[in-house]
Design a protein around this ligand. Structure first.
Ligand code: SF4
Length: 383
């Protein structure tokens, strides 16, 4: 019953009431009053159009269909939902700082030219790139996130380059410097690095912050296949990553691994095998899934120009994720489903959509295919 009138329901649908402006927006509904009570039909098992009849509080009869995704229910564990649950519903935002590190395979200690796919500028926002002082970067990043996204709490994210590639005392100074800005609103520290740039002292330093903050240690995995790691000039083997993970079996750090899908010599099965490998390490808490980008200034850009190779289209990547996510352990939190690069530096693939539209497309495809993270993980273990 709705407003005293009977509503026509449909098998497989569930009727409910909400004030979901977002759902209404997606369905193309227009409201005289933003707060109008909206009758919604939650689509449970099919893409058919649902019809709602009866007096619903709208200015005129409406047809509205929403899916579980409209209520934030996804077939995988998204990072946004995890942050909200962890921090009592507050809006938590990661603010990137560039502390001016380099990498061992850029400065010659292990190699030159960096990883073949990498141009640090392609994934570093303009703000930290343009300000040399990390205090200033963080302060301005916080102000911007408050203004544009209504952010309430912050995670300092040391992202560009290798953020443990310095003596431990230098690291302590840099991390402390950033964390001293607005300490009452800082809830976390995230540090991106390579497995070969950590030792017991550096781990102990990071763990010391976990007494008061959520500390994420993000490790580049990129591929589990050493042939690929050689091919991309990674100057680090998969065994170095797994040894480090073994040594961190009981760490309080939130470990995150970063992967790349789409190297042209890797088969689909080689990429899917990354899920099995990640699943082997219960100490991994987060994953970042990226599709391969070809960006200006990278080694792969020169190779691609000379001899182009296939890159994921958006539809192909969605199809791949629909195969990959069921294989991934159900407790893992997915910080990212896809890579984002500075459009001015991106050579391919060009999906020509804003980040939010790509996210929506992928989420819709994942829902449409009925994907449930982890639904096939144990099946693979048995085989
Ligand atoms: S991917 Fe990371 S380790 Fe490789 S060159 Fe880029 S910043 Fe350095």
């Amino acid at each position: 019953m709705l407003n005293g009138k009977e509503i026509t329901g449909f098998p497989g649908f569930c009727l409910g009431l909400t004030h979901q402006k977002i759902s209404a927006k997606r369905a193309g509904a227009k409201f005289a009053e933003k707060s109008a009570e909206v009758a919604v039909i939650v689509l449970l098992d099919g893409p058919e159009t649902a019809k709602l009849s009866g007096e619903s509080g709208f200015q005129a009869p409406r047809f509205i269909m929403v899916t579980p995704l409209d209520h934030g229910k996804k077939g995988y564990n998204g990072y946004g939902a995890w942050l909200r649950a962890k921090f009592g519903g507050m809006k938590v935002f990661k603010v990137i700082v560039d502390a001016g590190f380099t990498c061992p395979n850029r400065d010659g200690s292990k190699g030159h030219g960096g990883c073949a796919y990498c141009n640090v500028d392609s994934y570093t926002p303009v703000l930290p790139r343009s300000l040399p002082d990390i205090r200033e970067q963080f302060a301005q990043g916080i102000a911007r996130a408050r203004k544009h996204y209504g952010a309430e709490k912050f995670i300092v994210y040391f992202q560009p380059n290798t953020n443990t590639y310095a003596p431990v005392e230098t690291l302590r100074e840099l991390y402390d410097e950033a964390l001293a800005i607005c300490p009452e609103d800082v809830v976390g520290l995230a540090v991106g690095t390579r497995p070969d740039c950590l030792d017991a002292e550096k781990i102990a330093l990071l763990e010391s912050y976990s007494e008061r903050l959520a500390v994420d240690l993000e490790l580049g995995m990129e591929s589990i296949h050493d042939n690929t790691l050689r091919e991309i000039n990674r100057a680090c083997t998969h065994g170095e990553l797994t040894s480090l993970l073994d040594s961190l079996a009981h760490t309080p750090l939130n470990l995150c691994v970063h992967t790349i899908f789409g190297f042209p010599w890797e088969t689909r099965e080689m990429m899917l095998a990354q899920a099995d490998e990640i699943n082997r390490f219960p100490q991994i808490h987060f994953v970042k899934l990226h599709h391969l980008h070809i960006v200006e200034g990278s080694i792969l850009a020169a190779r691609y120009r000379k001899q182009p190779f296939p890159l994921f289209s958006l539809e192909e990547y969605a199809d791949f994720l629909c195969d990959f996510l069921p294989l991934l352990r159900p407790d893992l939190i997915i910080q990212r489903l896809f890579g984002v690069a500075d459009q001015a530096l991106l050579i391919g693939p060009k999906w020509n959509l804003p980040k939010s539209a790509v996210q929506t497309f992928l989420d819709r495809e994942i829902e449409r295919c009925g994907v449930i993270q982890g639904s096939r993980a144990s099946e693979r273990v048995k085989n």
